[in-house]
Ligand binder design. Structure first.
Ligand code: NAP
Length: 253
């Protein structure tokens, strides 16, 4: 699954799943643009990946149309094309509806859903010229519901609908659009959540137990699935959802 001569832009690439996708794509021969809101973490990731291939780090917010437009323009100026887009950046805010502020709702939707739309909007004309592909990182939250996650679950489900509609609209131009639904993945986002629960060890054990494979995913597990969907090995796959959850949704909890 090589990505030679392909230029990929990965959002939320400073850490976690996005960083693993960036690394995996570089190893597969792609030139990679790392986009992230955390300029400091981004700079550390850029240094860590520098000897792995050609890359460009751009700090910005996926929810800012100006940042997105400028990131796509800088990608084209630097590398001459854009072939692959991985909409990965996301945030995790929880709370039952009465306790969940409308500003938190707006911010979560802006980052987790509008960001994917904005990057798609500015990227698709370039992807269409190159038989490109989009991979959207959704979640099992799009399929099974979790307590106190109304905005996160709605945004992740929305991302699957967005995936299908973009696939429908841009398939005739040769653009493929697919989504991945990870279960629990061992990333800074998950570690932050584990740090917030009363009994970390017991929660970690429960997390392992809800996966038939009895472990969380590594970021690399998700990156390998993204590599497949971005590569020509998936050339007839579009509008699809690939559940990469160690079997979690078989249990449905
Ligand atoms: P993570 O460890 O928090 O890393 C996400 C990166 O994205 C961080 O560097 C973060 O910066 C950045 N980011 C956040 N908001 C951004 C914005 N507005 N613009 C640009 N970059 C932004 O998260 P992760 O666990 O790797 O998750 C990546 C994606 O997978 C998310 O969409 C998440 O919902 C999804 N997912 C995660 C899991 C899981 O178990 N971890 C499971 C299913 C799906 P800051 O740290 O400054 O916010």
């Amino acid at each position: 699954m090589r990505l030679d001569n392909r230029v990929a832009l990965v959002t939320g690439a400073a850490m976690g799943i996005g960083a693993a996708v960036a690394e995996c794509f570089l190893e597969a021969g792609a030139r990679v643009v790392l986009f992230d809101i955390d300029a400091q973490a981004l700079s550390l990731r850029e240094s860590a990946l520098q000897d792995r291939g050609e890359l460009l780090a751009i700090a910005g917010d996926v929810a800012s149309e100006a940042d997105v437009e400028s990131a796509v323009a800088r990608t084209l100026e630097t590398f001459g094309s854009l072939d692959l887009l991985v909409n990965n950046a996301g945030i995790d805010l929880a709370g039952k509806a009465p306790d969940f502020s409308s500003s938190d709702w707006d911010r979560l939707m802006d980052v987790n859903l509008k960001g994917a739309y904005l990057f798609s909007r500015y990227s698709i004309p370039h992807l269409a010229a190159r038989a490109g592909a989009i991979v959207n990182i959704s979640s099992v939250h799009a399929i099974v519901s979790y307590e106190s996650c109304p905005a996160y679950d709605a945004a992740k489900a929305g991302m699957l609908a967005l995936t299908r509609t973009l696939a429908l609209d841009h398939g005739p131009q040769g653009v493929r659009v697919n989504a991945i639904c990870p279960g629990y993945v061992d990333t800074p986002m998950t570690q932050k959540w584990l740090d917030s629960v009363p009994d970390r060890a017991a929660t970690l054990e429960q997390v392992r137990a809800v996966h038939p494979l009895r472990r969380m995913a590594t970021p690399r597990d998700i990156a390998e699935a993204a590599l497949f969907l971005a590569s020509s090995r998936a050339s007839f796959i579009t509008g699809a959802t690939l559940v990469v959850d160690g079997g979690l949704t078989i249990y449905g909890r």
